[in-house]
Design a protein around this ligand. Sequence first.
Ligand SMILES: CC(C)(COP(=O)(O)OP(=O)(O)OC[C@H]1O[C@@H](n2cnc3c(N)ncnc32)[C@H](O)[C@@H]1O)[C@@H](O)C(=O)NCCC(=O)NCCS
Ligand SMILES: Nc1ncnc2c1ncn2[C@@H]1O[C@H](COP(=O)(O)OP(=O)(O)OP(=O)(O)O)[C@@H](O)[C@H]1O
Length: 207
Amino acid sequence: MNKRALLVGITGGIGAGKSIVARIFTLLGVPFYAADDRAKVLMQTDEALREGIQAAFGREAYTSAGELNRAYLAATVFHDEAATKRLNGLVHPAVGRDFSAWSEAHQAHPYVLKEAALLVESGSYKELDSLILVKSPLVVRINRILARDPQRDLKQINAIIDRQLPDEEKARFAEFIIKNTDQKALIPQVLTVDAQLRKKAAERISL
Ligand SMILES: CC(C)(COP(=O)(O)OP(=O)(O)OC[C@H]1O[C@@H](n2cnc3c(N)ncnc32)[C@H](O)[C@@H]1O)[C@@H](O)C(=O)NCCC(=O)NCCS
Ligand SMILES: Nc1ncnc2c1ncn2[C@@H]1O[C@H](COP(=O)(O)OP(=O)(O)OP(=O)(O)O)[C@@H](O)[C@H]1O
């Protein structure tokens, strides 16, 4: 008998709508781990990680007040594939450890959700039981990010897109696809996926 909560990933390219979809799951009572947000907290609070980031990217990676200098890091890494890889190599292991501890504390639920832009790229989807891909047309994503992130220009958004796998590649690893376009309502799609995941979790327990 396996009573462990299913580990479910939710991924998608920049601006696809992962966070908005994840918020609907949280309204259904599903525990939710926002890896991109946790990454920033860990970059701030994990001393070994801070030192690694400063050694790789210089003292400017943190402000004089000790805050993570996101604008500097974004400008430094996203236009440079090797630099992005170096940052990922420092941050992703710390996030992996943090997620393991978090998911251990939520075992009583049928399933938990881990949201991250890079679940496929980082290979961490292999440690999950299921993957949801949130998809939106590229032009819609770009316009949403231009509206959401005034600090980012089109050049930086395109650089970020270049650092991520295209949806067609990600879709090969996804069990569920949620389409976030103006043509398709999100809530019914989330309800369908939630019902299927609860069924999958219940079937595992009865095995
Ligand atoms: C470089 C940082 C500080 C820039 O912060 P900023 O607030 O400007 O951007 P934000 O984090 O909101 O990222 C914007 C979008 O870029 C994409 N993105 C973020 N990190 C990466 C990355 N390493 N590679 C490719 N795309 C990325 C995501 O779609 C994300 O939503 C930040 O993105 C970061 O710390 N990235 C490394 C951590 C990471 O890999 N996070 C993602 C998975 S855990
Ligand atoms: N269906 C929608 N209708 C209206 N606005 C939307 C819709 N989906 C997403 N948005 C808006 O588009 C922006 C991007 O969505 P969201 O932050 O959920 O994307 P994300 O995939 O989490 O992006 P990132 O990878 O950058 O974190 C947000 O401002 C969000 O409110």
